[in-house]
Ligand binder design. Structure first.
Ligand SMILES: Nc1nc2c(c(=O)[nH]1)N[C@H]1C(S)=C(S)[C@@H](COP(=O)(O)OP(=O)(O)OC[C@H]3O[C@@H](n4cnc5c(=O)[nH]c(N)nc54)[C@H](O)[C@@H]3O)O[C@H]1N2
Ligand SMILES: Nc1nc2c(c(=O)[nH]1)N[C@H]1C(S)=C(S)[C@@H](COP(=O)(O)OP(=O)(O)OC[C@H]3O[C@@H](n4cnc5c(=O)[nH]c(N)nc54)[C@H](O)[C@@H]3O)O[C@H]1N2
Ligand SMILES: [Mo]
Length: 812
């Protein structure tokens, strides 16, 4: 299947067995030392590489810069870029090996169209003809609201911006969203709620300075391994930081933490309210900062007054003393860095909890200086760009759809009338778009760079939505994924290394990825496909000129710069040439700040003013929008908003029939639905099959042992998996969500209703009322034995959160 059965280049350690590599310790405030990681195709030496082509990782949001090694027109390896601010040469296991997926023999090389029930090859002329015919017919018969676009966090900025113009001003539909809805819509929402606008306040260099680092629902070691290397190097150096880790699983960070809190899933708000209670009770509040830069503090103080550690201990099922210890660390920190990810964003009360982390920083005045920062993390490599460009439902440039002046400004840039841009209702979110498709309002759904038949909740429902005859489903991907198999039209895309474009990581660092090799067969860059579509649809501006006037990635980037000018994500000081100079550069980057901007809010809050803000905010419990007048009277001077929230119990709680909390997530070696990492032999072998994690207590109670085959069932469906006994909290079962069906024999696919192997067969159709992010982390499940194991351990990694539980008496 794949030409690369690749081993490691001899000089380096085995980065599958030792994922974080060797330590380069450094002291607080010092510069993180360089360590250059290289992985070349076996037998190829660095001298034999013909060209090194600049890129950054496309398998997570850390933005690790690297150069792609090319020989004889093929990728033969990667090397971390030593001069880059993000990784200083380091790469994680997925980056060291993941590039091999592009060369897979089963890449899509020609468009496919459904004829008589089967997908058959066709040429581009025919494929684009079908797409354009269907679009025009729907526009005529049913209007723009019958067309929806569901995109991703894995294309390039230039592609999102083009798609955004096409969908908003070309088609004129409100139905444009990304899978970023499943990923970081809560990050964006939490930033809007607290600071009036999206945009990461902190910087990765805060790791170099922090004295306390708190991780909230973030398995950093596995999901941003290079950022974790930075933390590890601090832990080994002088004046190391102390870690607080909030995660029900024994993640590598939990094992290194001064305080590890392992709460019941879905109770983050209770825990955070208790932490805030303690900080206020012990008066660790920066009153000057609160007075100068915030509104809403008194409501917060009143809200958390009764939220004692004892109160939270009962809800979260963690010792009250541990909550006090954590509060002591957070309250005593001089330079506090917090990171937040899916254990918050995909859990119950997602936005409410993420906002409480912002509150922690606001009340302690921990923002805008070295080491004091909050990282509302991203997940996907270019999720930040999906948001900036408005391919996530918002308007490009973090413009406010409820502010007529913002809409008029965008209309001016696009040279269309403001009425062309849908802005009279809130932009549709992905879960709603699938509902519209289910009900028949949306009749064409163009899916780019995402695999919803594995990644959305309640898969039997998603399959039936996508299978409908009346819905014209277009899938643009590299492979014949589970989703592509249900499509009416499949467009073969080029990817990373085969096309040019930029992407922006979680700390606002922009990198350029240059084209290194030719795409296979007739596969085309996503940008070319969108441009071709715009040309064939003949989208025009209000004076009859071309709506989309750019021709390639660089001219698309230049067009975006104009759209970003004067907004928080200002790119006007950047260019492709500048991005080829060495390190990535953080936005805003302007004439006044030509080297970019390390931290936001160094001098107060800048984008929360009623005239500037991206959103007026929402009720944290109901999600109801705050009216513009209300916002104006609450926050006339544009300060940060300290927003309190009360704890509410999770929607789906355990019952005698479904006694365990089900949570789902990731492992170090795989990316999402494994379309890339599952095709790379060394990554595949590191975690080849689904497993289910439970604690020793739960295993004993059910007479289960490591390696037994079980069925994990919820009211939606079931999966079969081997048991891994770990130090996960009692009362819980964890499933990685990576395992779909593309590489299983036909007979192993789940006819709906029977057990499969995709975790989302079991998850619930439910979302956070504020960010509309699906709840993948809290459901109730039952685990029962299907077949005894033969003593072979579960196919789960052993150096990660999935490590086998220490056996009693082993002393570890
Ligand atoms: N190896 C790898 N890296 C990746 C990815 C990948 O697929 N594989 N994907 C990228 C993407 S798109 C994303 S979004 C990120 C996600 O990165 P993370 O958010 O770090 O990963 P997850 O495994 O989804 O969830 C993190 C942790 O949340 C915990 N958790 C579950 N429920 C709760 C809860 O109620 N409260 C708390 N406090 N914690 C809880 C879980 O135990 C889990 O360890 O990773 C990115 N990086
Ligand atoms: N149960 C559960 N479900 C989850 C999560 C969870 O923690 N638990 N996490 C959620 C999160 S955070 C995320 S981000 C989603 C991820 O879910 P998806 O986005 O659906 O997963 P991927 O496998 O990354 O799918 C990306 C697709 O894009 C294709 N692709 C890659 N590069 C390109 C390109 O350049 N062009 C085009 N056109 N296609 C390309 C890949 O082949 C792949 O099919 O899953 C979500 N679902
Ligand atoms: Mo994600």
């Amino acid at each position: 299947m794949n030409a690369f059965a690749g081993g490691d280049s001899p000089a380096s350690v085995d980065r599958i067995a030792e994922p974080w590599g060797v330590r380069t310790p450094y002291a607080s405030g010092a510069e993180w030392p360089v360590r250059t990681d290289v992985q070349l195709y076996p037998g190829v030496t660095e001298e034999e590489v013909e060209r090194w082509v600049p890129a950054a990782s496309l398998l997570h949001s850390n933005g690790d810069a690297m150069d792609i090694a090319v020989r004889d027109g093929r990728m033969v390896g990667v090397r971390g870029r030593a001069v880059d601010r993000v990784n200083r040469g380091r790469l994680g296991p997925k980056d060291l090996f993941g590039w091999q997926a592009g060369g897979s023999a089963d890449r899509l090389t020609r468009p496919l169209v459904r004829e008589g029930g089967r997908l058959v090859e066709c040429d581009w002329e025919h494929a684009m003809g079908r797409l354009v015919d269907r679009s025009k017919r729907l526009l005529e018969e049913r209007g723009p609201g019958s067309i929806g676009f569901y995109t991703t966090g894995q294309l390039f900025l230039e592609e999102y911006y083009t798609l955004s113009v096409v969908a908003r001003a070309g088609i004129g539909t409100a139905h444009l969203d990304g899978n970023t809805r499943l990923c970081t819509s809560t990050a964006a929402e939490a930033l809007k709620e607290s600071f009036g606008c999206d945009g990461q306040p902190g910087s990765y260099t805060d790791v170099d300075h922090a004295d306390v680092i708190a991780l909230f629902g973030h398995n950093m070691a596995e999901t941003q391994p290079v950022l974790w290397m930075r933390v590890l190097d601090r832990l080994e150096g002088a004046a190391p930081p102390r870690l607080v880790c909030v995660d029900p699983r024994p993640t590598p960070a939990a094992r290194r933490a001064a305080v590890h809190l392992a709460p019941r899933a879905g109770t983050n708000v209770a825990l955070l309210n208790a932490l805030l209670h303690e900080i206020i009770r012990t008066d660790r509040v920066d009153h000057d900062y609160v007075r100068a830069h915030t509104v809403g503090y008194d409501e917060l103080a009143a809200r958390v007054e009764g939220c004692t550690p004892r109160w939270a201990a009962r809800i979260c099922d963690v010792p009250a003393t541990a909550i006090e210890e954590a509060a002591e660390l957070l309250g005593g920190a001089e330079r506090l860095l917090s990171t937040v990810l899916q254990g918050v964003y995909q859990s119950h009360q997602a936005t409410a909890a993420a906002v409480q982390v912002n509150n922690l920083h606001l009340v302690r005045g921990m923002l805008g200086r070295p080491g004091a920062g909050v990282l509302q993390m991203n997940g996907q490599p270019s999720a930040q760009n999906t948001r900036e460009c408005g391919a996530n439902g918002d308007l490009p440039g973090f413009r406010n759809w409820q502010n007529d002046e913002h809409v008029a400004d965008l209309a001016r840039i696009w040279n269309v009338t403001p009425q062309t841009i849908p802005h009279h209702t809130p932009p549709s979110h992905a879960m709603q778009m699938f509902r519209y498709a289910e009900q028949g309002t949306i009749r064409m759904l163009w899916i780019t760079g995402t695999n919803p038949a594995v990644s959305l909740p309640e898969l039997s429902r998603i399959r039936s939505v996508l299978r409908q005859d009346r819905l014209f489903t277009v899938v643009q991907d590299l492979f014949l994924t589970e989703t592509a198999q249900l499509a009416d039209l499949v467009l073969p895309a080029a990817t990373w290394g085969e096309k040019t474009g930029t992407l922006t990581n979680a700390d606002r660092t922009v990198h350029l990825c240059d084209k290194a090799v030719e795409p296979p067969g007739e596969a085309r860059p996503d940008l070319d496909i969108f441009l071709d579509y715009a040309a064939r649809m003949d989208f025009r501006d209000k004076d009859g000129g071309l709506l989309v006037s750019w021709k390639d990635a660089e001219s698309a980037f230049e067009a975006w710069k104009l759209c970003s000018a004067g907004r928080p994500c200002d790119y006007t000081g950047l260019s492709y040439d500048r991005l080829r100079e060495g390190s990535g550069i953080q936005w805003p980057c302007t004439e006044e700040a030509p080297d970019g901007t390390e931290r936001l809010y160094t001098d107060g809050i800048t984008w929360a003013h009623p005239d500037l803000c991206e959103e007026y905010g929402k009720d944290l419990v109901t999600g109801a929008s705050v009216e513009p007048v209300e916002y104006r009277s609450l926050n006339p001077d544009g300060k940060a908003i300290v927003k309190a929230a009360e704890y509410l119990p999770p929607h789906e709680d355990t019952t005698p029939r479904f006694p365990l909390q089900l949570t789902t997530g990731r492992t170090l070696y795989h990316f999402h639905t494994r379309t890339k990492t599952g095709r790379v032999p060394r990554l595949d072998a590191a975690a080849p099959e689904l497993w289910a994690e439970i604690s020793a207590t739960e295993a004993t109670a059910r007479e289960l042992a490591e390696g037994d085959l079980v069925e994990v069932t919820t009211p939606r469906g079931a999966v079969r998996a081997r048991v891994r006994v770990t130090a996960i909290r009692d009362g819980m079962v964890f499933l990685p969500f990576h395992y779909g069906y593309w590489d299983t024999p036909e007979g192993h696919r789940p006819p709906d209703g029977t057990a499969g192997r995709a975790a989302n067969e079991t998850t619930i159709t439910d979302w956070d009322p504020v960010s509309k992010q699906p709840v993948f982390k809290t459901a109730a499940a039952q685990v029962r034995l299907l077949e005894r194991g033969d003593g072979t351990p579960a196919p789960a990694p052993t150096v990660t959160a999935s490590a086998p539980a220490p056996t009693p008496g082993s002393g570890s």
